[in-house]
Design a protein around this ligand. Structure first.
Ligand SMILES: [Zn+2]
Length: 479
């Protein structure tokens, strides 16, 4: 019997706000322990939380980016448990009435479950909660740092729509792309801004019931998620194939041993005794408020890539580069407006420009020529005024000085020689000086023509029109 994996992900993302969720303490990474704290985030008795409005906006914005419904009524709840990193002994979260629900994320993926290079994972909900502090264990004692306690945290829950490690990896990469582009979070995994719980089960192919759900907790790297699934899926299949039975449990991934191990079974699952948070009003966004958040929706990476391909006819590789580097993509668009060959513009923007920027330590914002100058440069080539080799020289010069391409061509005398009389003279000289290669070409060795062309270009100081040179040489030698 063949088995398949069913995977759902719960992704926790720290929101990019200046202050924490319920108090004015700074939301920053790397401060000295317990310096960004106050009675509210330390959970002192009698304090009252005040909701961070920007966090509410980022939550709803995430919902919009992930094609979610935004309910007119949402509320906060207490999730009760004791743990040293949570001084209040409860976490404020959204239990049954989240701020966003029923969305989806489309992303690039080639593999089972994809169509035309795209896959879709449904989003159950993205709800707002708060982060907890951080425990550090030393030799003989442990310490807890509450700087992170009360940092706004978004939990993005997916439906179990993924079928393997690669698909889960592609989903996470794309999710982070979207969140970074939307300004929701910096998603710095090194700083623990994204953490992931993985739910995975296996079942016979064709079955529609879900197998026992195994949860792998607190993954902090996407390659870790992929490796954990690469281990866990065959493990589960092996158990079932041997006639064993899997039961619901929580496991942890050991990145050194490269295996998962059991942490706790369903029997010791927590009962969190959720109840509505009495200190916070329900969240009921008005139309005006929603419209303001909606106005912050940017063009998302996948849509941008697809637009670069369809609008400018660029190859997928070029579109990918211009999607990832937004300022470079914007520069390209400013230059490529209404040009016949956007691909030529893309070549300069993707290859020549970054190379010059890197060599000179210049930033894109300080480039001396305007995007329109690239259009002029490409026009000079298209109209036959200069050849592509000279264009490279012009580019280097316009990068250095900011002068207009036409001015540089004039100044450096780069105008292409398309005067057939002049080219014929060059060709005659080259044929006379190279009887061997000429005879080779006449005898059918095509490669010999390239050598002769090269000689003519050299003689013309790179200014001859290469197309004409090839034609004239061939005509003269073949007779
Ligand atoms: Zn505080």
């Amino acid at each position: 019997m063949e088995y398949e994996a069913v995977i759902g992900l719960e992704t926790h993302v720290q929101l990019k706000t200046k202050s924490k969720m319920w108090c004015g303490c700074a939301n920053t990474f790397g401060s000295d322990p317990n310096t960004n704290v106050c009675p509210v985030c330390l959970g002192m008795p009698g304090v009252l939380p005040v909701a961070n409005e920007e966090a509410l906006k980022l939550t709803v914005l995430t919902g919009l980016l992930l094609n979610c419904e935004i309910p007119k009524f949402a509320k906060f709840d207490r999730k009760n448990y004791f743990y040293p990193d949570s001084p209040k002994n409860f976490q404020v979260t959204q239990y049954d009435r989240p701020s966003t629900k029923n969305g989806f994320l489309d992303f690039e993926f080639n593999g089972e479950g994809s169509e035309n290079g795209l896959a879709r994972v449904r989003i159950t909900r993205a709800h707002l909660e708060e982060d907890v502090g951080k425990n550090t264990h030393f030799d003989r004692h442990s310490g807890v740092d509450f700087n992170r306690a009360g940092v706004p945290l978004l939990e993005i829950v997916s439906e179990p729509d993924m079928n393997g490690p690669e698909m889960a990896y592609a989903y996470l990469k794309s999710l982070v792309d979207v969140l970074v582009r939307g300004g929701i979070s910096d998603c710095d995994l090194e700083k623990g801004m994204v953490r992931c719980d993985v739910n995975v089960s296996v079942r016979p192919v064709g079955s529609t019931t879900l197998g026992a759900k195994i949860e792998i907790k607190n993954m902090n790297s996407f390659s870790g998620v992929r490796r954990a699934l690469e281990y866990e899926i065959p493990r589960q299949i092996e158990v079932v194939k041997r006639g064993g039975k899997l039961s619901q449990e929580t496991r942890r991934w050991d990145d050194v041993a490269n295996m998962t191990e059991s942490m706790r079974s369903k029997e010791d699952a927590h009962d969190y005794r959720y109840f509505p948070e009495p200190d916070l009003m329900p969240f009921e966004p008005t139309d005006t408020w929603l419209a303001e958040v909606r106005s912050r929706v940017p063009e998302l990476p996948l849509a941008r890539k697809q637009r670069f391909i369809t609008t400018y006819g660029l190859p997928a590789g070029d579109a990918e580069v211009l999607k990832d580097n937004v300022p470079l993509g914007d520069f390209f668009e400013a230059a490529a407006k209404d040009v016949k060959h956007p691909k030529s513009i893309a070549n300069y923007v993707i290859n020549n420009l970054p190379a010059r920027l890197a060599d000179t330590g210049t930033s894109l914002a300080d480039v001396k020529f305007p995007p329109a100058a690239l259009r002029e440069l490409v026009d000079l080539v298209d109209s036959g005024k200069i050849n592509t080799k000279s264009a490279q020289e012009v580019f280097v010069e316009m990068f250095a000085t900011g002068e207009k391409p036409a001015v540089i061509v004039e100044k450096k005398g780069l105008t292409q020689v398309s005067d057939t009389g002049a080219i014929e003279k060059f060709c005659d000289d080259v044929i006379a000086a190279n009887p061997g290669p000429s005879a080779d070409f006449k005898a059918g060795k095509e490669a010999a023509l390239n050598f002769l062309k090269g000689q003519v270009m050299k003689l013309s100081k790179g200014k001859a029109n290469p197309g004409l040179v090839g034609e004239i040489l061939a005509r003269k030698i073949r007779g």
